[in-house]
Design a protein around this ligand. Structure first.
Ligand code: GDR
Length: 330
């Protein structure tokens, strides 16, 4: 039975990946940070075969101890401060966890796995935010980076150090440059879930409007359940490498609003959406659109969920969730 360790187990991707690996017959370990982490119980309930282990990406000794205990075949490093806007308010903490955390985990893999014939395969969750002020459209594995946030800068360090450890120590370390991926489990701070959950509350008569920031930015949005399959496929290759994971389609926040409000039976979203400068960013990423041809050709990976289906699924799920919450059932 193969063993996998996932950091960021309580996040959207950690939850999908742990279920997918368990279904493939893996023994899955999730790294949990902090005492009495309230999300530990939720992931344990969702996936009873999951084993939780204590560790923190800021604490090298804890990472070595976790790897010694778990002896994983595959390490998926998904743990990070992942909210771009927060990274402007807490840039140093973002660099510490999202950036240096990758180096610590790679070093722990190097030390525990050994210098030669290291059996531990490593996946780094890199991000399209590294492309930032894009130098080319669409963005591929060879597009130069130009990050626009402390988060993007930290992810760029994580990506580069992963490539460096692969080249310097021969570690089977791959980096997935994932474009935005959303789902019914997306955190409420991200724009897609903020829109679908607020829209559900508007539909249920629980809320009047949604306050948003910049509606012009364009993103390449896919479904997270599809994207975790690409992570796994990367670690099954003979050779480690970097891959863009995207749909190849881009849509503005306005288009997201169009589709979501149409699903809910409204002709227009304009009367329900107001602008709030608090949600504008000091520097913005205007346009992201990925070229996933390498992932398609080498991993045989393709996204299954379309943009329209993604929006509809998120809205319909939120309608049920918000209704339950309003009745005190959540
Ligand atoms: P992003 O996702 O920054 O692309 O990073 P987010 O959903 O936060 O923002 C997308 C775009 O929407 C605009 N926007 C708003 N965003 C939020 N969160 N809230 C608002 O009210 C709002 N109004 C407009 C933003 O300015 C932005 O242009 C996500 C994260 O998951 C990263 O961790 C990941 O690496 C990348 O996607 C790929």
């Amino acid at each position: 039975m193969k063993r996998a360790l996932i950091t960021g187990i309580t996040g959207q991707d950690g939850r999908y990946l742990s279920e997918s690996l368990a279904a493939k017959g893996y023994q899955v370990f999730g790294m949990i940070r902090g005492q009495a982490n309230p999300k530990a119980r939720m992931v344990q309930d969702e996936n009873p075969r999951l084993e939780l282990v204590d560790g923190d990406l800021r604490d090298m000794a804890s990472l070595i101890a976790v790897l010694e205990q778990v002896q994983p075949d595959e390490v998926y490093n998904l743990g990070a401060i992942s909210f771009v806007q927060l990274s402007f308010r807490q840039p140093e903490l973002t660099a510490e966890i999202t950036g240096l955390g990758v180096l610590r985990m790679l070093d722990a893999v190097r030390i525990v796995g050994g210098m030669e014939n290291n059996p531990m395969r490593f996946y780094q969750a890199s991000s399209s935010e590294m492309f930032g002020k894009v130098r080319e459209v669409p963005q591929s594995e060879t597009t130069p980076f130009h990050p626009r946030s402390p988060y993007g800068v930290a992810k760029m360090f994580g990506h580069n150090i992963t490539v460096n450890y692969r080249e310097a120590y021969g570690i089977h370390a791959s980096s997935g440059i994932l474009f935005n991926h959303e789902s019914e489990r997306r955190g409420h701070e991200f724009v897609t879930r903020k829109i679908t959950s607020s829209l559900a509350r508007i539909k249920l008569g629980l809320q009047d409007t949604i306050s948003l920031g910049n509606l012009e930015s364009q993103r390449d949005w896919g479904h997270a359940a599809d994207y975790v399959e690409a992570m796994w496929a990367m670690l099954q290759q003979d050779e480690p490498d970097d891959y863009v994971v995207a749909t190849g389609e881009t849509h503005s926040i306005r288009e997201f609003l169009d589709v979501a409000f149409r699903c809910a039976g409204y002709d227009s979203w304009e009367p329900y959406v107001s602008h709030d400068v608090r949600f504008d960013r000091p520097a913005e990423v205007d346009l992201l659109i990925g070229d996933p041809s390498k992932a398609k050709a080498k991993l045989g990976w393709e996204p299954k969920v379309s943009f329209e289906e993604l929006v509809r699924r998120m809205y319909e799920s939120d309608l049920i969730e918000e209704d339950k919450a309003a009745r005190g059932m959540r």
